[in-house]
Write a protein that binds this ligand. Sequence first.
Ligand code: NDP
Length: 247
Amino acid sequence: MNLKDKTVVVTGGNRGIGKAIALAFAQQGAAVAICGTNETTLKETSAEVERVGAAKSLGHKVDVSKEDQVEAFTKSVLEAFGKVDILVNNAGITKDNLLLRMSEQDWEDVLNINLKSAFLMTKHFVKPMMKARRGRIINITSVSGVKGNAGQANYAASKAGLIGLTKTTAREFASRGITCNAIAPGFIQTDMTSALGEKALAEVTTQIPLGFLGETSDIANTVLFFASDEARYITGQVICVDGGMVI
Ligand code: NDP
């Protein structure tokens, strides 16, 4: 895979899966822009991205659910890098509860940060890709969006929505040489899953045919493949990287 001269944008690139994705591109020599809401981790991860070999690095504080902030971020990335080849919509949150107990606010927060964000980022970052007549958009959905999950009505709806957005984006921009695919992780070791606690995680592991939780690199490696020229004939697809949870 030759990703050396590519420019990449990763939302939520300051920690967890997004950080692993940003570092994986940096190790290939790509220019990497990350965004998130925490300025401290953004600074730390941007410095690490540069240390491991990125051609250039940029870390901006952006709430990806706000269009004015997404628009300003697009301008900054284009000023710094001159082009955008790859967009990874990874930022996401959970606010779990049973449907009957779920508040309207928790529904809206999760839909806005997990789904509306990908719409806004795609809308603004696809423009330079259209001009270049090539590009890669990769959305991080979830097995919850594929098969539903009790206690996650908001999260599963947002992730299922991302799958619809992925397929539509693939259809709308295929003629411009832009592909759009989604990755549905199962249980991956990050802050998001460690919040579940040891007992719940042990129970969850019994539902994974391969018998262990995935690592952030499992997702990052799949992103690199979708971003590469080797994946040029794949668009509108969802691949589960989940130890066999969805078979
Ligand atoms: P983490 O909780 O570790 O990280 C979430 C990331 O999203 C952080 O970088 C955070 O940045 C960013 N983020 C949250 N809200 C915003 C916002 N409003 N604007 C910009 N950035 C924001 O999660 P994971 O790394 O585990 O998950 C990454 C993605 O993978 C998510 O979309 C998640 O749904 C998905 N996923 C994860 C699974 C897992 O098992 N871990 C399983 C299936 C899917 P900051 O801290 O600066 O706010």
